[in-house]
Design a protein around this ligand. Structure first.
Ligand SMILES: NC(=O)c1ccc[n+]([C@@H]2O[C@H](COP(=O)([O-])OP(=O)(O)OC[C@H]3O[C@@H](n4cnc5c(N)ncnc54)[C@H](OP(=O)(O)O)[C@@H]3O)[C@@H](O)[C@H]2O)c1
Length: 342
């Protein structure tokens, strides 16, 4: 009997907060490997807020079809190969999705499967050197273009993207204020990530704290959460401020788009707001990796990894992002690599 591939598929378009019943197991036997293909055992999954968009609607990518394996970035190990460029034992990265195995000629729906650089762990490749930090790199350097001495606000500051954005801004000479939920996260943002201050939006008046911490206004906003926090920040723009619109997680799980009240301040302050997607920067990923690597080597880029475990826990792990329960980059380990390294 052939080995089974465990799979989590989407059962319907979620309505409001994610539920267990939005997903179901649909295991199936592995087929034989065709010439030119390799078999990858998925070891680590990345959890990203944008997955909530992918399972809900067509957006910058087509929606995950009902009945299909849930799309996800991942790390895995080649365990069998009839592909000239890949050999068993090699660690690889790709959009492998919520399943144990992928059989492929070298591509997933988001692009080529790529080898992990030697010595790089799955936690590093999906964490502090991963796509969230790469997003932050381009959001800061291509959109915000910080000048030394300017003041920046970063929302979602304890998260993977926000914590990287703040540290990149600090390294560029900016003064950086974070916004995060709860005393543990706000303390980490200042004490470990090195922000100048961090506002606890769950226990403090965000508008009053921004006014006190940035009396001359915000020159830059790196925006991750949307909703009332973003609205409060818009009310405190400095002249010629720049806003990098990276995401708006507060609206993803509710499906409700918050109506901003303070956007006229963009006009009054001659400010600029720009959205962006890291996908468009894939041809320039090498630039970000070089810059992030230099910051990490200098001890100026710190990141936590929140590592959950177990195939059965996959849907519940996605929910952690929208409940603020992840502390750092959310990953899940399905298994350790089964073969010795190539
Ligand atoms: N544009 C792009 O290409 C791109 C690429 C990657 C990520 N992003 C965006 O970056 C943002 C952060 O993503 P990430 O992967 O780094 O996740 P993350 O920040 O590591 O984790 C999500 C965090 O969001 C916060 N959050 C959840 N619900 C919230 C709410 N209602 N109000 C305020 N904060 C809330 C929680 O932190 P607290 O406990 O502090 O509330 C939670 O821990 C998302 O908006 C995502 O879509 C965009």
């Amino acid at each position: 009997m052939s080995e089974m591939n465990r799979r989590w598929v989407l059962t319907r378009r979620p309505d409001g907060a994610l539920k267990d019943s939005d997903f179901a197991r649909a295991d199936e036997p592995l087929r034989d490997l065709a010439d030119g293909e390799m078999r990858v055992r998925v070891t680590h999954l990345s959890f990203d807020p944008t997955q909530r968009i992918w399972i809900s609607q067509d957006s910058y990518l087509p929606a995950v079809p009902i009945g299909a394996v849930v799309r996800a970035g991942a790390i895995g190990q080649v365990v069998a190969s009839k592909h000239a460029d890949f050999k068993p034992g090699q660690m690889v990265q790709g959009a492998f999705g919520w399943q144990d195995y992928v059989q492929s000629a070298g591509f997933t729906e988001l692009g080529p499967i790529t080898p992990l650089p030697p010595g790089v762990t799955p936690e590093q490749a999906l964490g502090v050197m991963g796509l969230t930090s790469i997003t932050a790199w381009f959001g800061v350097h291509d959109l915000l273009k910080p000048q030394a001495g300017e003041t920046a606000l970063v929302t979602g500051a304890a998260g993977a993207t926000g914590s990287a954005a703040g540290q990149i801004l600090k390294a560029a000479g900016a003064r950086v204020i974070g916004v995060a939920g709860g005393p543990d996260k706000t303390r980490w943002v200042v004490d470990v990530a090195g922000f100048d201050a961090c506002i606890d939006y769950k226990n403090e008046d965000v508008a009053a704290r921004i006014a006190a911490l940035a009396p001359k206004g915000l020159d830059m906003i790196y925006e991750n959460v949307g909703g009332p926090i973003f609205d409060a920040a818009l009310a405190h723009l400095a002249m010629k401020a720049r806003v990098a619109l990276c995401g708006a997680i507060s609206g993803y799980d509710t499906g409700e788009i918050y109506g901003l009240k303070n956007y006229m301040n963009l006009v009054i302050q001659r400010a600029k707001i720009e959205g962006f997607l890291v996908l468009d920067y894939f041809p320039r990923v090498g630039e970000a990796i070089a810059g992030l690597g230099a910051l990490a080597a200098a001890g100026k880029l710190k990141g936590e990894v929140d590592l959950q475990e177990g195939f059965d826990n996959i849907p519940a792990t996605l929910r952690r992002l929208f409940e603020g329960r992840n502390f750092g980059k959310q990953l899940l380990k399905i298994t350790d690599p089964p073969l010795p390294a190539a």
